[in-house]
Design a protein around this ligand. Structure first.
Ligand code: SF4
Ligand code: SF4
Length: 303
């Protein structure tokens, strides 16, 4: 299979190893549209060998690692095999809830902490703390500490989901992390809470959870690889398994850094259209660039 060059404009590679998850967070970004059912087990999954073959085609830059996510990447049966066999040129980031005692022990024994390390001002293993599923987080801190003491680049992140219980728990968690010497960060909440939409989508108004769909041209800046190897132009297409633009195991697949037609403006995922900062900390960037938005007069079809 030919190598796959990551274009200059691309800044993120995400390998969604599985959509399965051991937790069930109410604010999970996998399923922001509560009117649509999100079936985590219906996603077909590549084997570890297939993932290694596929990912090792990628030619990236040091600042664009392969980020393993999901779902929960530790639930993929070959997760450690994939980590151990990924070519050294590819840097690694991991997003996990780290709630697996046995798997973490194996991870500690088999994975070299130097393999998941880069010179960046944040942790390469970003552990999410979800109060509604993890209680006060004491066990999580023990596990994170074990990995940190072993030399891993690891930190805890919490989403500012605006319920009183969540905010109160993460407030306490930050002090627990400080006491344990663990890097703790907060992440803006994107999604709805009590009827209000959180996040700044002002660059593309009515792009999220709108009742009206519009036609447009859209260009992404992220390589999003689904559990079965399909590539999608945005998170909305990925989570709904619609309109794949290729498959990472297709020997002829190459990334085309171009605008593509879309008729689903209005059903965009917050991750793609929320305003965020770039590497210079300037606000105003979005993961996708959209132009020529026109009224399609199509009411949203719920499937
Ligand atoms: S742990 Fe992450 S992937 Fe799993 S349900 Fe919670 S937010 Fe979603
Ligand atoms: S316009 Fe929205 S739904 Fe369409 S491809 Fe872009 S991000 Fe995805």
């Amino acid at each position: 299979m030919d190598p796959i060059q990551i274009p200059q404009g691309y800044n993120y590679i995400s390998a969604f190893l599985t959509m399965r998850c051991n937790l069930n967070c109410s604010f999970c970004l996998n399923s922001i549209d509560k009117s649509r059912e999100f079936n985590r087990t219906k996603f077909k999954e590549l084997s570890g060998e297939q993932w290694v073959k596929a990912l090792n085609r990628i030619e990236s830059r040091p600042e664009v690692p392969v980020t393993f996510s999901g779902g929960e990447p530790f639930l993929h049966p070959d997760f450690l095999y994939i980590l151990k066999n990924l070519k050294k040129d590819l840097n690694i980031d991991i997003l996990t809830n780290l709630s697996f005692e046995v798997a973490v022990e194996k991870f500690l024994k088999e994975i070299d902490p130097e393999r998941i390390k880069r010179n960046v001002p944040y942790a390469c293993i970003r552990v999410s703390y979800h109060p509604e599923q993890m209680g006060n987080g004491a066990e999580l801190i023990e596990t994170v500490k074990k990995l940190k003491d072993a030399g891993f680049s690891i930190g805890v992140w919490s989403v500012l989901y605006p319920s009183f219980e969540n905010l109160s728990a993460i407030n306490q968690m930050q002090f627990r992390c400080i006491d344990a010497g663990i890097d703790f960060r907060l992440k803006e909440y994107t999604g709805t809470y009590k009827g209000d939409l959180y996040g700044d989508y002002s660059k593309y108004s009515n792009s999220v959870l709108s009742n009206k769909l519009k036609k447009c041209l859209c260009k992404g800046s992220e390589l999003l690889i689904a559990p079965n190897g399909n590539i999608y132009k945005c998170h909305s297409d990925l989570f709904s398994e619609e309109f794949p633009i290729g498959n990472i195991l297709d020997p002829n697949f190459q990334i085309k850094n171009e605008f593509r037609k879309c008729e689903k403006y209005g059903q965009c995922h917050p991750c793609d259209v929320k305003l965020k900062t770039n590497y210079k900390q300037e606000l105003g960037n979005t993961s996708v660039e959209i132009k020529e938005i026109e009224d399609n007069s199509q009411p949203k079809v719920i499937v």
